[in-house]
Design a protein around this ligand. Sequence first.
Ligand SMILES: NC(=O)c1ccc[n+]([C@@H]2O[C@H](COP(=O)([O-])OP(=O)(O)OC[C@H]3O[C@@H](n4cnc5c(N)ncnc54)[C@H](O)[C@@H]3O)[C@@H](O)[C@H]2O)c1
Length: 456
Amino acid sequence: MRTDRRGFLKGAVCAGGAAALLGQTGCTSFSGLMAQRRKSMIGFRAEPLEKVRVGIIGVGHRGPGAVNRLSRIPGVEIRAIGDLFEDRVARQIKALTDKGLPAPKGYFGSRDTWRALCESGEIDLVYICTPWLWHTPMAVYAMQCGKHAAVEVPAAMTLEQCWQLVNTAEQTRRHCMMLENCCYGYNEMLALNLCRKGVLGDLVHGEAAYIHDLRMSKLREDNENGYQGQWRLEWSKQHTGNPYPTHGLGPVCQYMDINRGDCFEFLTSVSSNQLGISRAAAEKYGKNSPQAKARYRLGDMNSSLIRTYRGRTILVQHDTTSPRPYSRINLISGTRGVLADYPLRVALAPDTHAWMKESELEALKAKYVHPLWDKNGEAAKKAGGHGGMDFLMDLRLCHCLQHGLPLDIDVYDSALWSSVVELSERSAERDGKPVKVPDFTRGAWKIAEPLGIVTV
Ligand SMILES: NC(=O)c1ccc[n+]([C@@H]2O[C@H](COP(=O)([O-])OP(=O)(O)OC[C@H]3O[C@@H](n4cnc5c(N)ncnc54)[C@H](O)[C@@H]3O)[C@@H](O)[C@H]2O)c1
């Protein structure tokens, strides 16, 4: 990555100085000091952190896994845990003290106590695992408080929120990384390696998806087993398009150097009718129940097609209400071959009329396994989290913070991949009319260098 050393040093000194002021003056001083600065975050390096002190907000279904994973990474200290519910926070504090680790401070009891967590002088990184609508407000405030922000997917639900993330990161010189764990999956990193090494030739087309039958999870009413306040079902009532595009899309963007040599130009999107959730509600509650009669705007299947400036295409699908096996599709196709997932298959020139035999695929995997998996795969599987990819994501994030390196997923990736939420809805509402995609890098994608193949 190109970096401006003088800019980094100035930024690091200024950020450190401002952060030191926080104990006395609160977060507005930090954002005030940084307000005039607006410089690209491409290749941004923050001051290295000897210890990464983390505050985690949201310990429902997703957050506790993060508590467990981060507690296993050397040089990382969990200093704070926040949630609406005291018992959830207490459970996670106990999980840490049971391992002999110090008890983090708990923040709970109201919708706004997370603000105090962000304001704490004890934290470098705010790690956000709350429902979708909280992601951007929490990440923005964390950055305004001088903290780096790591935020669950999607990082933003509207274009306005995407810009808020970008503008705040640029002004505060703080990282904002969307926690797109699927970029760290074994197959995805294998595909990334194949793309980097040119094995698939020049890339032409990718396919991505989130196909996951969540009908029963969406309908559960109790917070213990369901989503808190049924946040996912509520979104389905109010919106169409693709609310959750990044699991499949993020990895394809990395294969194609999106924001680092290419960028989305326009998108067109169509949604199918909606039957799945209404029928599931009718079965669960009866056909005359309010749940079955409610209006759900989210179509069962949404298909969006993105065209890039370099003429490549990406299909992104979303379906969480059909009886289908899980898939992110994960297909990448180039002038010399194709990789497709679910299950993993590869075909390479000149023999592209059939998929490779199992033995050839195994040999290819052994040759092109991503170095991060080769080195840390066993530890990752042990720590768990979707087969280990969640752990590798956290490991890599903390490594970059500890060494002052640019992050693999920066604020521009977080904004661009998330922008498909609103763009797909806008297009689907207008019978698939193409919509222009904003350039969050403000043109810097043309000079940014591709992600390297990292080894640690
Ligand atoms: N990357 C992945 O593989 C993956 C997997 C599952 C979920 N997720 C994402 O993680 C996020 C959380 O999902 P979940 O399934 O854990 O949801 P959940 O409803 O089970 O948990 C959300 C938690 O946030 C808490 N919360 C809500 N508002 C809060 C506030 N104002 N202050 C403090 N805490 C608050 C809730 O009390 C709850 O405990 C979502 O964005 C989801 O998309 C990502």
